[in-house]
Design a protein around this ligand. Structure first.
Ligand code: LP5
Ligand code: MN
Length: 251
């Protein structure tokens, strides 16, 4: 069973090269896999399923006609408003923010990754606020033009705050990583969000459901640009692959 994990594509009209690269990836790489997991931030910013934009419709169409792999989606901090309507259009199964997938002998916990940045108190407080269903309903009831203006204002504010935030604050907290992996009995974690792809080994063994202890290992997928990194798992053989938008792949 081959599974592919990607995230942080940040698809937007100003980067048609990434959209084309993603479509190529779907048509070539994803055709050879059984399951595709999109770990959030598929789009640069999502203001509601009712915004019928050419970009998101094209992406939905390409994903929908990809018959073979199962397609799963976890929301990111840019597209947490993606709902059932868009997922149905794209043939995506919407998964909870923290989910699990079995990889051969081990289990993996998968998530966008923003929940792991617990040192960034201000962000976590903001996240709790915008996760409020009532606030989301009020936002979605606004005219699209106003929603666009608010989203642009939030992006500006986020960019300006991030430019002065210390990097340690925006990094994931290892204690939170191990807390989640232990609680869920998953020796593998796969996420994105930080845009700093890596493989991190921990000196901690995690009890697996099948009575095995396996060392904890965390994989971070990268943001999409001319080059990007994604995770491919064949059974429990997991690799972080470097790929290019033009379709040339290497390990
Ligand atoms: O996204 P990125 O990489 O810049 O930074 C994130 C965190 N920032 C965010 C904010 C998003 O970028 C905004 C996306 C808009 C989505 C669509 C709108 C839907 C609205 C629905 C309302 C119910 O997630 C950033 C982290 C960083 O990752 C690293 O982890 O640090 O966190 C922040 O910047 C949080 C700030 O500290 C405070 C939040 C700024 C927004 C405040 C609202 C102001 C409203 C202004 C309106 C005109
Ligand atoms: Mn993110």
């Amino acid at each position: 069973m081959r599974r592919i994990f990607i995230g942080d594509l940040h698809l937007q009209d100003s980067r048609p090269d990434i959209t084309e690269g993603f479509i190529r990836f779907i048509r070539e790489e994803c055709l050879r896999c059984d399951e595709l997991y999109i770990l959030g931030d598929l789009f640069e910013a999502w203001i509601g399923d009712d915004e019928r934009a050419d970009l998101s419709e094209r992406v939905a169409w390409e994903l929908q006609r990809l018959r073979r792999p199962g397609k799963f989606f976890i929301r990111g901090n840019r597209d947490f408003l993606i709902g059932k309507e868009y997922c149905d259009l794209a043939g995506l199964t919407l998964l909870p923010d923290i989910s699990e997938v079995r990889l051969g002998r081990s289990s993996a916990v998968i998530l966008h990754g923003d929940l792991l940045c617990t040192a960034d108190r201000k962000y976590q407080k903001y996240r709790r606020t915008v996760s409020n269903p009532f606030l989301q309903r009020c936002f979605l009831a606004l005219p699209l033009s106003i929603r666009k203006r608010i989203a642009a204002g939030m992006r500006r504010k986020s960019r300006s705050e991030n430019s002065v935030k210390p990097l340690e604050l925006m990094e994931v907290s290892d204690s939170e990583v191990l807390r989640i992996m232990t609680a869920r009995q998953c020796s593998v974690m796969i996420h994105g969000h930080t845009h700093r792809p890596l493989i991190r080994d921990y000196n901690t063994e995690i009890f697996q459901a099948n009575s095995l202890y396996l060392p904890a290992r965390r994989y971070v997928v990268g943001a999409w640009d001319k080059e990007f990194k994604y995770v491919r798992a064949d059974g429990d053989e997991v690799k972080l692959i470097t790929a290019r938008l033009d379709g040339r792949y290497s390990l």
